[in-house]
Each structure stands twice: as C-alpha cells, then as structure tokens.
Design a protein around this ligand. Sequence first.
Ligand code: NAD
Ligand code: APR
Length: 236
Amino acid sequence: MAENIVILTGAGISAESGIKTFRASDGLWENHRVEDVATPEAFFRNPLLVQNFYNQRRDQLQTPAIQPNAAHQALAKLEAAYPKGNVLVVTQNIDDLHERAGSRQLIHMHGEILKGRCQTSGGLVQIDHDLTPTLPCPLCGKQGCLRPHVVWFGEMPLQMETIYRALAHCDRFISIGTSGNVYPAAGFVEEANRHGAHTIELNLEPSQRLTAFAEHRHGLATELVPDYVEELIGLL
Ligand code: NAD
Ligand code: APR
C-alpha cells in the first residue's frame, strides 16, 4: 500500500527561486526587526511600515523572474504519482510557488501574501496590488481594514488541527528548507516520530532539529528533493 506522506517546507525551498530566507546573514530578519514588521502590535502602531514590508514581498513575488524551481516541481510530481490524498504539503512560506508548480494538497500554515483579510469579517480576498492604511476594504468598506493574510509572531498558525491529524497518520515526514527555529512547525518531527513515521531532513545545512530526525541529507533543495522524490516514486 502507498505510504501517507507529510512534507513540511520552509524558506529554503524557495531560496533558489530568488526569494530571501529569514535567518541567513543577508536574510529578511537581518534587515528588519521582527517586532517592527511581523507582530500585531507593529501593525497597530505603524500600519504603513508593516504594509510596505509585505507590499515589497508581494511585488517581488509577482516579477516574472520568480518562478517555482525543481524542488517545488518534484513535490507536485510526487503528489501526482501517489494515490489522491496520500501526499500533503504543509508550508511555512507565504509565497505561491508550490501551487504554481502544481501541488494541490497544500496548507499555508503562516498564511498567503497574495491574500488580504478583512479584520471585521475575517473574509479573504485575492490581492495583487499594494495595501495602504487608507485603502477601503472591498469586503466591509472600512478604510485600512484589510491586513495581509499572514500569521504574525504571537498569532496562531492556520489549520493546526488538520496538520496534527495528518501527522498522526503519516508513514513518512519530510522536512525541507527550514531552520527549525519556529514552533509549532519545528515540533512536527517529534509528533511524526511519536506516531512511528520515518523522519528525514533535506536542508542546506544541519537544522536546529537535526537530532530529532532519523535521516538527513544536506545540500541544495533543487538537487536533494528531485532525487528523493524519484526514490519515493520507485517505492510504488
Ligand atoms: P511567539 O511566541 O510570538 O510565537 C508564537 C507562535 O506564533 C509560534 O508558535 C509561531 O509559530 C507563531 N508565529 C506567529 N507569527 C509567525 C511568523 N511570522 N512566522 C512563524 N511563526 C509565527 O514567537 P517566539 O516564540 O518569540 O519565536 C518563535 C521562534 O522564532 C523563536 O524560537 C526564535 O528563534 C524565532 N524568532 C526569530 C527572530 C529572528 O530571527 N530575529 C525573532 C523572533 C523570533
Ligand atoms: N536548499 C535547501 N535548503 C536551503 C537552501 C537551499 N537552496 N537555502 C537555504 N536553505 C536552508 C537554510 O540552511 C535554513 O536552514 O533553509 C533554511 C531556511 O531557514 P529560515 O530562514 O529560518 O526559514 P524558515 O525555517 O522557513 O522560517 C520559519 O520563521 O519568521 C518566520 O514566518 C517565518 O515561516 C517563517 C518561519
């Protein structure tokens, strides 16, 4: 019988597509204080600064140069090769490169930069333009009500119940391109271990959670992931 596979991805899988990671020496958090741009308090204090930080990231994502890479594509190929419902990708990334590559069973646990959320109704809208504090919300009409649909520090990540249910039933847990600094995602490996899954890390360098994994391979995601996917397709 085909295995149930849960895959966790982080900024590292999109690095070779040209999107900066968070904690590299020239990474996103090197140039910004998290408290200034990625907390609800920051948004309350200075919505323009926070919106501009995410406006820049949305603009960058929409430039033609930013495209899914061989690692995103390999995960879509894995999903297509396995029976429907057996492969779930849980991403910490707010970009849309997994879906553009063809992944369909996908959870964005830290939100999506190409969506805005109405703070009055909680409703979501697709956005391809800059948000500003004076923009009327398309859902409720109130000025500045729309916020980026991203999870900030101090907020609850999305769809956690579904994720933990999948981890409880998976045979294999694969972590790709994440430093293992941020919980709850950093704890998924233990949850998978507890339920008897085989756990493997594919990352540029050993992550903070290295010792929790049964197996690890270090190198570029665009090399490691396609090779590993071929191995998994070979198991079918
Ligand atoms: P926290 O207590 O505010 O986080 C609570 C929860 O919010 C966490 O479970 C986290 O998953 C979630 N969360 C909210 N916004 C998030 C976002 N944008 N990205 C990821 N998760 C988000 O945060 P904390 O415990 O202070 O920090 C969690 C980890 O993040 C720490 O282990 C630390 O290594 C790292 N961190 C790094 C920096 C930095 O690199 N400059 C700054 C702050 C936190
Ligand atoms: N191939 C594989 N791994 C890579 C590559 C690559 N080409 N380039 C970088 N990496 C690895 C790095 O070695 C690092 O361990 O990807 C990891 C990226 O780690 P972070 O920058 O910390 O990103 P991530 O783990 O996704 O951060 C988690 O923190 O601030 C929050 O919301 C943010 O979702 C994010 C969360």
